[in-house]
Design a protein around this ligand. Sequence first.
Ligand SMILES: *[C@@H]1O[C@H](CO)[C@@H](O)[C@H](O)[C@H]1NC(C)=O
Ligand SMILES: *[C@@H]1O[C@H](CO)[C@@H](O)[C@H](O)[C@H]1NC(C)=O
Ligand SMILES: *[C@@H]1O[C@H](CO)[C@@H](O)[C@H](O)[C@H]1NC(C)=O
Ligand SMILES: *[C@@H]1O[C@H](CO)[C@@H](O)[C@H](O)[C@H]1NC(C)=O
Ligand SMILES: *[C@@H]1O[C@H](CO)[C@@H](O)[C@H](O)[C@H]1NC(C)=O
Length: 483
Amino acid sequence: MFFLSMKKVLCVLLVLANRIVTNATVTYTVPASAATGATALDPAPVGLSFEFFAFPSYFKNVTATNQCLQNFETLTGTWPPIRIGGTTQDRATYDPNTSAYVVYTVAASTDAPAALTFGPAFMTLAGTFAGSVVLGLNRGHDNITNTIAAAKIAKSSMTNLLAIELGNEPEYWSGVQPIASGTWTPATDAASQDDWDIQVGQALSTQSIIQAGNSNSAPPTWGAAELISTENTTAKSYVYDYAHHNYPGGTLTSLMSHSSISSNVEIFTSDIVAATSVQKEYVLGETNSVSGGGAADVSPAFGAALWTMDYALRTSLANIKRTYFHHGTIGACYYCWWGRYDMGAPYYGAYAAVAALAGGSYISALDDGSTNYAVYIIYDSARKPLRALLYNSDYYAVGTGTRGSQSFVLQGLTAASVKAKRLTAAGAGSRVDQGSNPTFGGQTFANVTCAIGGTEVFESTAVVTGAATFTVAASEALLLYLQ
Ligand SMILES: *[C@@H]1O[C@H](CO)[C@@H](O)[C@H](O)[C@H]1NC(C)=O
Ligand SMILES: *[C@@H]1O[C@H](CO)[C@@H](O)[C@H](O)[C@H]1NC(C)=O
Ligand SMILES: *[C@@H]1O[C@H](CO)[C@@H](O)[C@H](O)[C@H]1NC(C)=O
Ligand SMILES: *[C@@H]1O[C@H](CO)[C@@H](O)[C@H](O)[C@H]1NC(C)=O
Ligand SMILES: *[C@@H]1O[C@H](CO)[C@@H](O)[C@H](O)[C@H]1NC(C)=O
């Protein structure tokens, strides 16, 4: 009898434990209005970076590009900001006499060129884009005459020019680039940046024109605080903003983990404070999941889409004004949001982030970033809650047992019911090119054209005495429309 009843008790406990694992609950109260500490949002925080040599091909030879960018504009009314740059900006020489966008030769179409030239048409093409453009020019070659010649054409032919970068990831130049032929340290690079910022700014007769920094190695060794400490008032006057690069890497599980994303973004806290203390913006000028074009087993997967979504919101929360997701060599780019043929799963995460942030003026998080579960609130210009984004970053892969879920109880809701769009896929490993398309609000994006397809699905949840429960499966997110 005794043993039997113990067994019963154990059974009940096991059932309870199982329910806690698969269907735990977190409860939060949605503030009636944005707190004083809520972060102000850029009109278009989700940007794209295009590798310098590949930029003309993306815009002239890849059908999806314009529609993929326009889909964001349809959501927000603002074209996403773009940045043109990368390693090949410091391999590029401006040639005023070529009519081509870019001129180079490579052994294989998936190679990046070791050297290239570009003509005025490159800047004319960049000037046709309807959103803002940050243009990365060459400092590595140590030919400021050539860079100023290109900068002048950029200034005169691009009404959308937001800023110019002078050099990409200078910490890797030692033994590679002529400008780094002597001693090359954070301090010598900073002195070089300050000098070039002043010379290029003066040649253009334009202040607030340089996107400075552009390192990838983590601060404080390379970063905005270190750079700013070397700048006098003159150098500072030519800086528009400070940028850093970031490729978190790791496994798919660690990449998409909300607590990992939160701690990764915290690396930049001191640099963000340093930039804002001199009244400048701070951005991630080049970023994506894994460096070097991505990792085959991580970057094209739906889990990387969830990373893209959460990271775009977490960086915005941290007062990183714009985050430019890098797009490299066409046909050799695991993290790319689209290619010539197939869409990439990460585009769905970017789209969900843009949908969450669209028209928002402020953002706050209700969670502290220490768990796998995220709750963001996006507020309108009157500081009223506009949307909420719920993210369950528990890792679930197809074929690994029952998919768990997390219940989010939200209190303080004012409407009678809440509409929602779900970002989901069969599992974190789902890839478009392997036949497993994610969906956002039931919709997909067509290969080659990037046209949105399928019927838009809104879920509806009743609000009872100001509260509602939303269930989000492992490796899934839910966007709530609060107005
Ligand atoms: C587009 O592709 C064609 C054919 O592959 C090529 O000749 C042309 O140079 C490309 N144009 C750009 C801008 O990349
Ligand atoms: C461009 O062409 C002009 C003559 O048309 C020539 O004088 C000049 O040296 C050329 N510049 C370059 C960079 O090739
Ligand atoms: C630097 O650029 C200028 C202008 O484009 C060019 O005339 C000159 O030859 C370049 N100098 C070197 C050392 O390449
Ligand atoms: C500011 O620093 C630059 C070097 O970065 C120097 O050439 C310039 O003279 C300095 N200006 C002032 C006003 O001190
Ligand atoms: C895109 O193409 C892949 C095959 O490469 C296919 O598995 C997938 O279903 C297609 N996506 C859509 C939305 O049609």
